[in-house]
Write a protein that binds this ligand. Structure first.
Ligand SMILES: Cc1cc2nc3c(=O)[nH]c(=O)nc-3n(C[C@H](O)[C@H](O)[C@H](O)COP(=O)(O)OP(=O)(O)OC[C@H]3O[C@@H](n4cnc5c(N)ncnc54)[C@H](O)[C@@H]3O)c2cc1C
Length: 471
């Protein structure tokens, strides 16, 4: 079997007997081109990515991960690590090489008394939420339930509960990790503390995390949440009101401004579907009574065309936006942080919002701050804690048709904001090159991460990620 190594151009010849021997050691399964499920397992969330690995090792446990790392290392294979497969640029699948797929590793154990959870890397956010909610508890994470917990956590983890409970990494207590040498190590504040600093934002650069331990927080079972919509033409006045309204909002409130065409979704009247809208998606992580009081001003501002903001179960909230980001569509993103929504930025938002062509293109602008900003920039590898807002500009189509135009629109929108860029969230990067990764961490932290990379992965064995080359 020939496995071309995309990054170095080398071609590796694998003896069939060696591959067979490797397959026989796995408790999970080894998938090869031509196997009936090969296409299913090489596909990732972003339909614009179409790569063909030589091998996919679907690991059933830590022993399989160790075996896969050692096999890849001894044969000089390019390695992609996959948990949820939601990397925007598809960094969890390679051409040639081996995908180490953790998707089968879905063990999870909540300790309600200690308010902690141990969670294996193959869980998606919905799996984790479901187990934790059985005890009225939650880890703050992202807003689409099929996103992989592992990749999201390793980049930082922003979402609707971050202003109250911090980033996902701010609730991380420890990880189990397999190094580039195939060794098992643990990392926490008390053990390999340098590594623990690095995995809280540094992505998959230092090894394969097989298990995460999180602190849990009380949440739900009901939250007040959902989006309030206005016609896109009203964006300038809605955004100015929104800016003032959130200026002194409590930590319990996190909002995400949405720009898109109204989707054909439950509760959206047929005559609104397809019309450009601006919406404020809200979630209140406190009592329903308080939430209703805090949200009243935005719900009553300037006669919204649609108000879907109401009390609902936390678990319903956490999957409410899933239908807008299914697997297989073509997605392109540009992202940046800004300090504030000044008048110029609001004008840019209004201009580009009115130009949206694709019915599934969508922009989310997260309100940052609260608990995220109360942790020091140097305490974790994540960067941009003092950002005011995070832009995630998605140019999306359901097939290749029209994708180039949407991508161009997303780039132009992002470029128009460039005078105001502060930082960028590493998990919202495409494959944008080293300078952008440096910007994501800031020069000082990037250098510290490079030094850490030299210690844990001096050969850059784990390089199919937002890569930090060893110093
Ligand atoms: C629909 C959608 C919604 C999203 N919403 C949010 C959101 O609300 N908040 C937010 O913060 N982010 C969000 N993101 C971004 C998300 O955090 C990243 O795409 C993240 O990388 C997804 O993790 P994954 O495990 O699914 O990805 P994968 O594609 O499996 O992996 C992503 C990267 O992490 C590495 N990696 C994966 N697992 C491991 C592991 N166990 N050990 C070491 N390295 C590993 C991979 O090698 C790859 O480089 C969203 C993404 C999508 C597609």
């Amino acid at each position: 079997m020939a496995a071309s190594n995309r990054l170095t151009g080398a071609e590796v010849l694998l003896e069939a007997s060696a591959v067979e021997a490797f397959a026989s050691t796995l408790r999970g399964e080894l998938i090869r081109p031509g196997d009936p499920t090969y296409d299913e397992h090489r596909r990732v969330w972003n339909g614009s990515i179409d790569r063909h690995p030589a091998l996919i090792a679907r690991c059933a446990g830590v022993a399989d991960v160790i075996e896969a790392v050692r096999f890849a290392r001894s044969h000089g294979l390019l390695v992609a690590v996959r948990s949820g497969g939601h990397s925007y640029p598809g960094l969890s699948v390679c051409d040639g090489g081996i995908v180490i797929d953790l998707g089968l590793m879905k063990g999870v154990r909540v300790d309600p008394e200690a308010a902690t959870v141990r969670a294996q890397a193959g869980l998606v956010l919905g799996d984790l939420d479901r187990e934790c909610q059985a005890f009225g508890l939650a880890v703050p994470a992202g807003f689409i339930s099929h996103t992989g917990m592992a990749g999201l956590t390793l980049g930082g983890g922003i979402g609707f509960f971050m202003r109250k409970y911090g980033l996902t990494i701010d609730n991380l207590l420890s990880v189990d990790l397999i190094t580039a040498e195939g060794e098992f190590v643990k990392a926490s504040e008390n053990e390999n503390a340098d590594l623990f600093w690095g995995v809280r934002g540094g992505g998959g650069n230092f090894g394969i995390v097989t298990e995460f331990e999180f602190r849990l927080n009380p949440l739900g079972p009901q939250v007040v949440s959902g989006a309030v919509f206005w016609p896109a033409e009203e964006a300038p006045k809605v955004l100015r009101f929104y800016r003032d309204w959130i200026a002194d909002s409590p930590d319990e409130l996190t909002t995400d401004v949405l720009q898109r065409k109204a989707p054909a979704a439950p509760g959206v009247p047929p005559d609104l579907v397809g019309k450009p809208v601006i919406a404020v998606a809200c979630c209140y992580a406190g009592s329903v009574e308080e939430g209703e009081k805090v949200l009243r001003p935005i719900k009553e501002f300037s006669s919204p065309v649609l108000d879907l903001c109401m009390p609902r179960p936390y678990l319903t909230h956490q999957s409410m936006f899933d239908a807008s980001f299914p697997h297989g569509w073509w997605y392109y993103f540009r992202s940046c942080d800004v300090a504030e929504l000044n008048d110029d930025i609001i004008d840019i938002m209004a201009e580009f919002g009115s130009q949206i062509a694709s019915p599934i293109t969508s922009v989310g602008i997260w309100q940052m701050g609260g608990a995220v900003a109360r942790i020091g920039e140097d305490e974790t590898a994540f960067n941009g804690r003092t950002a005011g807002h995070n832009f995630n500009i998605g140019g999306n189509t359901d097939t290749a048709a029209g994708f180039d135009e949407e991508r161009e629109w997303a780039r132009s929108y992002w470029s128009a904001l460039s005078p105001y860029h502060t930082s960028v969230y590493v998990n919202f990067l495409m494959d944008e090159g080293e300078e952008r990764i440096r910007q994501a961490y800031g020069a000082k932290k990037y250098d510290r991460l490079k030094t850490l990379k030299r210690k844990y992965d001096p050969d850059n064995f784990f390089r199919l990620n937002q890569n930090i080359p060893p110093a």
